[in-house]
Write a protein that binds this ligand. Structure first.
Ligand code: COI
Length: 362
């Protein structure tokens, strides 16, 4: 079979599609999903689009025991003209392969994955919410399915894409969040899996999240896992600071996720001739900048929340209230510009948008 010959099984929707801006994040799923198998010796095969449904795995499937799994997150938007667009989707599939590589999972053909995704979106395009601030969140992922309890590289996998209409990642929209600097737990270390988008990184982050919530904070600011000195990420996002007119973000060092939103923010700032640098940032430097009145803005970036302003940072007994706890001017400008480009409301002058030809008229 030609690898582009996809088996498509359609169902008629019975689910209610909400257009509300109160959709929340990742709770409802569209009618269909993409699924493809890998078996050693045969490679990736049997690509199909099927009704969204439970999958059946043996309890001994290796993913349940040794976490051999990777995932991605990207969004599709419906423009005011009824066009369906994606934001830099090739970057996500390229990163998926880098994660695959780190987790010893066989790579996926990027061009084919994009073709499959476009077909899936085209079929379920009525699920794309149209209200400003909403989108269709796309979750590609790979799991090791071989039934085997030995610790080794699995011989079989599934690559699946599911989709969920979403509103704002946070219940109260783009409001500054209170963050506590994590001084005990580590998300990952250099040489670990921090750069890969793999479930284990997120599982290991939960304990710190629980502790921060008990303290009345939303999330944690992760420091490097060895010296607990240098800033790495915030919650599940990359992190940026505006210090005395310059925007700084931790340089990619092997334990920081190579965020697509992170890269886009850097490119946008360069395009606007606003000084931006990727470098080591110590928590002491941040505190000194704060004490000198130079820590002007702070925000996290990720596909889910796009930009999440930080209104307060607590480092041990030192509290830093940033920009009076309000969203900064530049953070807002970046959020507005990026979301406008992503949703097709602003011209795509940086060539980030992929249009989807929807073949089946509805
Ligand atoms: C993102 O910000 O896009 C993330 O990766 C968070 C996701 C795990 C919900």
């Amino acid at each position: 079979m030609n690898k582009y010959d996809m088996k498509i099984t359609l169902i008629e929707t019975k689910k209610e599609k909400t257009q509300s801006d109160q959709l929340g994040f990742g709770k409802n799923f569209t009618d269909h999903m993409f699924i493809m198998d890998y078996t050693e010796g045969k490679g990736w095969h049997n690509p199909s689009i099927v009704p969204y449904q439970p999958i059946s795995l043996e309890p001994s499937a290796m993913v349940f025991h040794y976490s051999q799994t990777v995932f991605e997150g990207l969004k599709a938007y419906m423009t005011n003209d009824g066009e369906v667009i994606l934001f830099r989707p090739e970057k996500n599939f390229e990163r998926l392969n880098r994660s695959n590589n780190r987790l010893c999972i066989p790579e996926i053909d990027v061009e084919f994955a994009l073709t499959a995704l476009k077909e899936l979106i085209s079929i379920d395009r009525e699920w794309i919410p149209k209200i400003e601030g909403t989108s269709l969140y796309i979750r590609p992922f790979v799991i090791a399915t071989e039934p085997h309890l030995g610790v080794s590289i699995a011989k079989s996998y599934k690559f699946i894409i599911i989709m969920s209409p979403v509103g704002s990642y946070y219940n109260d929209g783009i409001q500054p969040v209170k963050i506590v600097v994590e001084t005990e737990f580590a998300r990952t270390v250099k040489g670990g899996t921090g750069e890969a988008k793999t479930g284990g990184n997120y599982a290991s982050s939960l304990k710190a999240q629980v502790v921060s919530k008990k303290m009345g904070y939303s999330q944690v600011l992760w420091l490097d896992g060895v010296e607990k000195k240098y800033v790495e990420e915030v919650g599940t996002m990359n992190v940026f600071f505006k210090i005395n007119g310059e925007v700084v973000t931790p340089a990619l060092n092997g334990s920081i996720l190579q965020g697509v939103t992170r890269a886009s923010i850097i490119e946008l700032l360069q395009h606007w001739n606003i000084p931006v640098s990727e470098r080591l940032i110590s928590i002491q430097e941040l505190y000194d900048a704060y004490a000198a009145g130079e820590l002007e803005e702070a925000f996290g970036t990720g596909t889910a929340a796009i930009i999440s302003p930080i209104g307060e940072l607590l480092w041990l007994d030192k509290k830093m209230v940033i920009n009076n706890g309000e969203i900064g001017k530049l953070s807002k400008q970046l959020y507005d510009t990026l979301t406008s480009i992503q949703s097709g409301r602003l011209e795509d002058s940086l060539n980030w948008i992929t249009k989807i030809e929807c073949k089946i008229p509805q």
